[in-house]
Design a protein around this ligand. Sequence first.
Ligand code: F3S
Length: 394
Amino acid sequence: MILDDADKQMLAGKFGNAAKKSMEILVALGKIYWAERLAPVTSVQVAGVSYDNLGDAGLEYLQELAKDGKVRVLTTLNPAGMDLENYRALGIGEEFAQKQAKVIGAFSKMGIIPSCTCTPYFIGNKPKGGEHIAWSESSAVCYANSVLGARTNREGGPSALAAAICGKTPLYGMHLEENRQAKVMVKVEGEISGTEMFGALGKAVGERIGNKIPLITGIKSASVEELKSLCASIATYGGTSMFHMHGVTPNKTEVPKQEIAIGKKDIDAALSSMNDEGQPDLVALGCPHLSMQEVEKIALMLKGKKVKIETWLCISRQVKEEAQKRGLAQEIEKSGAKFAADTCMVVAPIKGRFECVASDSAKSCYYCRAKNKFRTKVGSIEKCIGCAISGKWD
Ligand code: F3S
């Protein structure tokens, strides 16, 4: 692997201990994947922020790096385990809150923006087509590669952090044009609309093709919100870091020989498989974090209403503050629904507090079942808010 002078100096410890350790990680990764060299990155997004996942060992690792580590490029954070300001309203205990604050403190000391969101592209971390970046949240990675046309592997938390501190990443995998070509054509038959349907599509496709990159055809248009839902579910259920959608996404690809069809019955089956028996005791929207358009829609639905079920709207702090400026957040909070800024229904430590969670998100369904052992309901945003108001799913 070719290293330039700055890389070699970092490796020798001339830029401090954090840069040395980080360069060691990048070089080791580069060797494993036969990278020719390191490429400069313009943006980093670091996952592994919730104290629930990091524990004390993770916190100590971050504090050690923060002694002399500073990031060299724009770097934002994935959601934390709690709303950093309003954690008490979400029932998060003081002990957890103190540990989580230390995690955020260590990241901030390194110059990372504590944005705590899985939709960095809504808050100013929005790379352009062709840029090399190092992101680690799987839905955001898929969005960056597929929708923005940027280039990133699905980094782990430590490798993303190392890329931020060194300003570089090993040039392999999704950074190279030859690895960004579609391997299977997915013909979607029938109309698909709404975040829940796009999430179900991602589940149906992901389960059929695994981590192969698909070229999806048959979809005339898709909103930003529908694409973020698809990105989250196709990465969760199949593992791909990218898809092409004919007429919608910007990347070029060869036309693959292998072909499969996904019809309405496949989407219906995917949706039905995510709906368990029973009534929800938590309605949680915003997986991935809500856009401003989704907040507008929810505010309209909740205007003058009261929720009967605990209702969380998972969102970045920046989009919440925008909603506050426009009076939408106040309207929503009057209904009794709560904002869960900086966090989400999956990374917050809520195992055992609820039994059945309703959402519009196939990704949320997967992790709420796997991590929190909740039963799940998945339907449209309208259906979820209707359930929050009436207290009943059906
Ligand atoms: Fe984001 Fe949490 Fe879903 S991090 S993608 S809201 S599981």
